[in-house]
Design a protein around this ligand. Structure first.
Ligand SMILES: [Zn+2]
Length: 403
């Protein structure tokens, strides 16, 4: 066998010269016709050796030089295309439908250099909830796609008509609540078309999704919290959603009850998402249209925490030391329209006992119509913070602490 090797090596050298010279005779070309002689066999073995040797030496160098970025495909969302290792900002068009209202969804996409999951962060489902919107303005400046794995889709303002119109809960054109409009309708009103675009364009490209809210322009909301569906989407989706809720890093975590039989029943953003098998959470941080770091920073920090938890960024998330789980929420809906007067002694974030007076509703002339009291003991999560009240408005949300 020693003799064979010695025979092959000199042949290999001369063969490589033949190949470089080019021409019709590429060294072993005549081998493919005629009888297989000893010389021809040696030539075949020589060629195989050279090919193996070439790949053994050159291939690792080539991979090391090009890196994963050149091997990873660009990410495409509607008309936007992002090469690996880059970021892009653009407008997802919402064409004028039957109502003729044209708008767009402003997004920024980071397509990390390395492979990984796709995470969508959605702000501005409610257009007057500003702390998520401001946080999503700041987050891109903290990220470098060259140092990221996976793909991050930031929806800066999902409901641009509501932001521009400064409306609470509802879009100004069709008076529909985007967070009650999923899965949306391609031929519906502008709010339904926005929901449809989020459902059909962004969710199918997402492995994880976070829908970020605050108290709306009229709502006081404390403390900041994350929430996940504890029963919807199947065991694995629930487990992964809970993982996200904890990793986000806020101390208060609400567990939503209930599940959905079909995506048509899942009218909320995150409900739609989990019903499609995508682990998702809600975040609530901020209130009353206030721009304050105390509400904005937890959102930005939470997003970075989740990116680390999903190994899209280097480092470890800062987990809550003593997460408080809220298993159930009690609500009060107004029985009247009129003027809301919050009690001076209560504020959101307080622990209240059942029966605590929270405020009164008067008619437009000042006559008392309804005294509103805490329907259960727990943390006062949300309370109306401005005077206008309509019949059926959800004035109060109290979080019952899980046992
Ligand atoms: Zn909201």
């Amino acid at each position: 066998m020693k003799t064979d090797l010695n025979t092959i090596l000199p042949k290999a050298s001369s063969l490589s010269l033949d190949v470089k010279k080019g021409g019709h005779n590429i060294g072993c070309a005549p081998l493919f016709g005629g009888r297989l002689s000893l010389r021809k066999t040696v030539c075949v073995l020589s060629m195989l050796f050279i090919v193996c040797w070439f790949f053994a030496l050159v291939t690792p160098v080539t991979f090391a030089q090009s890196g994963a970025a050149e091997l990873r495909k660009p990410f495409r969302l509607m008309q936007l295309e992002v090469p690996a290792g880059e970021r892009i900002s653009g407008k997802l068009p919402i064409k004028g439908g039957s109502d003729g209202v044209e708008t767009f969804i402003p997004v920024t996409i980071f397509h990390g250099r390395e492979p990984g999951p796709a995470l969508s962060l959605i702000a501005g489902i409610h257009g007057s909830e500003y702390s998520p919107i401001i946080s999503m303005q700041r987050l891109p400046e903290l990220l470098d796609p060259q140092a990221m794995a996976g793909t991050l889709i930031i929806v800066h303002i999902a409901n641009l008509p509501a932001f521009q119109g400064r409306t609470v809960y509802f879009g100004p054109d069709d008076l529909k609540n985007l967070n009650r409009s999923f899965p949306g309708n391609a031929d519906g009103t502008v709010t339904e078309r926005i929901a449809y675009t989020l459902s059909e364009e962004i969710m199918p490209q997402s492995d994880f999704l976070i829908d970020i809210h605050s108290g709306d322009g009229n709502e006081s909301l404390r403390p900041s919290y994350t929430a996940y569906y504890a029963e919807a989407g199947g065991a694995e989706v629930v487990a992964q959603s809970r993982r996200l809720a904890i990793a986000f890093g806020l101390e208060t975590i609400v567990e939503f009850a209930g599940s959905y039989s079909s995506i048509d029943d899942a009218i909320y953003t995150s409900a739609q998402s989990v019903s499609r098998g995508i682990p998702s959470i809600d975040v609530e941080s901020g209130e009353l249209g206030i721009i304050d770091e105390v509400f904005i920073d937890p959102i930005t920090d939470g997003a970075l925490n989740v990116l680390r938890e999903l190994d899209m960024l280097a480092g470890e998330p800062a987990l809550p030391a003593n997460p408080l789980f809220i298993s159930d929420r009690a609500r009060i809906y107004s029985e009247y329209e009129g003027v809301w007067h919050q009690d001076d002694l209560v504020k959101t974030g307080d622990y209240v006992t059942e029966g605590t007076e929270l405020g009164v509703i008067t008619d437009y002339f000042g006559k008392e119509l309804q005294t509103v009291v805490a329907p259960a003991s727990g943390i006062l999560l949300i309370l109306f913070g401005t005077p206008p009240v309509n019949e059926g408005d959800n004035l109060v949300v109290i979080g019952k602490v899980a046992q």
